[in-house]
Design a protein around this ligand. Structure first.
Ligand SMILES: [Fe+2]
Length: 196
């Protein structure tokens, strides 16, 4: 989208892409988390911000890590997440609503059902790229895999203090549901060591 500003003295054509400000984003998300329908309010604001993924990409800090907590309190958690090519996180749930927005790269969210004879069965896949936003219900079971040749970068918003919520990991090989811990999360992740 292009806006043109005409004045008496000059004609300036500038991209209408708004600057992304992480502090403002966090304030906006905290407010949305207090709305009567917080999951819908967060989703609406995420949709608005991720209409301009390039603005988000340019403004986000360049972390050397795969995950950073950008903000967390009782009502909301906001994470930066990077997935490297060939990396797939294990099936897990959040026990709270989540909204994920991608600002660079490509990833695939796979959703699973516990219905049927199998331990878990893939029920749906959602391919995402920069600018896409997905909402995930509290009891949804999902994995995320980086499907591009470069890392995927996203902001994940959860309606609660994710680091303190008791939630589940699904150990497919052992066919066991186990409490979510960072150690087991990394143990069960698939890393095919593709170097971007
Ligand atoms: Fe997740």
């Amino acid at each position: 989208m292009i806006d043109t500003y005409d004045t008496d003295k000059q004609n300036i054509t500038a991209s209408a892409q708004p600057a992304f400000d992480l502090d403002e984003f966090i304030v906006c998300m905290r407010k949305a988390a207090k709305a009567p329908s917080p999951a819908k309010a967060v989703r609406a604001e995420m949709d608005r911000y991720f209409e301009h993924p390039e603005a988000v990409r340019l403004a986000m800090p360049k972390f050397d890590t795969d995950e950073e907590v950008l903000y967390e309190d009782e009502s909301i958690s906001i994470f930066y997440c990077r997935f490297r090519p060939g990396y797939t996180i294990p099936p897990h749930d959040h026990q709270t609503s989540a909204v994920i927005g991608i600002y660079d790269g490509q990833e695939r969210n796979n959703f699973f059902s516990t219905a049927g004879d199998n331990f878990i069965t893939k029920s749906k896949s959602v391919d995402m790229q920069a600018g896409d936003v997905v909402s995930i219900g509290p009891h949804a079971i999902h994995t995320v895999e980086c499907t591009g040749s470069t890392p995927s970068y996203a902001i994940h918003v959860y309606l609660g203090p994710l680091s303190r919520i008791e939630r589940n990991l699904y150990d497919v090989e052992a066919e066991k549901v186990i409490p979510f811990t960072d150690a087991d999360f990394h143990r069960l992740a698939e890393d095919n060591d593709i170097v971007a």
